[in-house]
Design a protein around this ligand. Sequence first.
Ligand code: PGA
Length: 267
Amino acid sequence: MRKRLIAGNWKMHGSQNQVHQLIAGIKNGVAQSSAFSEIDILVCPPFIYLPAVQKELADTTILWGAQNLYVGQQGAFTGEIAGSMLADVGCRYVLVGHSERRTIFGESLSIVAEKFKAAIAAGLIPILCVGESEAERERGDTEKVIHTQLQSVFDAAGINAFHQAVIAYEPVWAIGTGMTATPALAEEVHAYIRQLIAKNNVDIAKAIRILYGGSMKADNAASLLSMPNIDGGLIGGASLDANSFLTICAAACKEQSTINEMKVNQR
Ligand code: PGA
């Protein structure tokens, strides 16, 4: 059974003070109910705040991760951070191939695949982001784009690497725009992604968590998270406000307990 995962992608936001306030708000909310232990809650702050966040979360079950990594262990790569360095400081999760990395920083399919491999090699859990642009959707190329993005990583890293990975479907046209995919539309793509994985390995397809990202907010999270192939969310804007983020986490908890109850009844 797949444990729901709600991940906050803080992008390049925050200051020491804001990070402290936000973490305090999330910690406080999570401490109010044991239901939050039913799901995984993850925050991905900018690199520079990772040690502070790690320290503040030390006595909690809230997970933390990075937004990016570089391929390779070490070397003359000014300004970059290796997966092994993240692992060295206790980091477990890392975003790979976010559309902002692909478009603004020119990360190609092969760079994304190499980063995914580097994350696995460092023992990290990559959250591999895939998704089509508005023009690609309008052309009817959504499945083709998703297939290409995933296949390049299957080819480079091998399907078994996905035992240790999470996928996030993030339609580029929905990121930061307030234009959320409808639950039905998102579910269609999530089911397609699971089917692509099943063609390579049925067990991984059943177990892998596929998150939705793109303007998921407190008021639309419940309907998205109720879809059978949506196992959580990758939240940008709404993760910067503790109450919004907690409301999304609570929606995931509700969904998780419904699923747990269904499992018990089936026994
Ligand atoms: P958004 O961002 O929730 O602000 O749309 C999601 C993401 O980019 O991961």
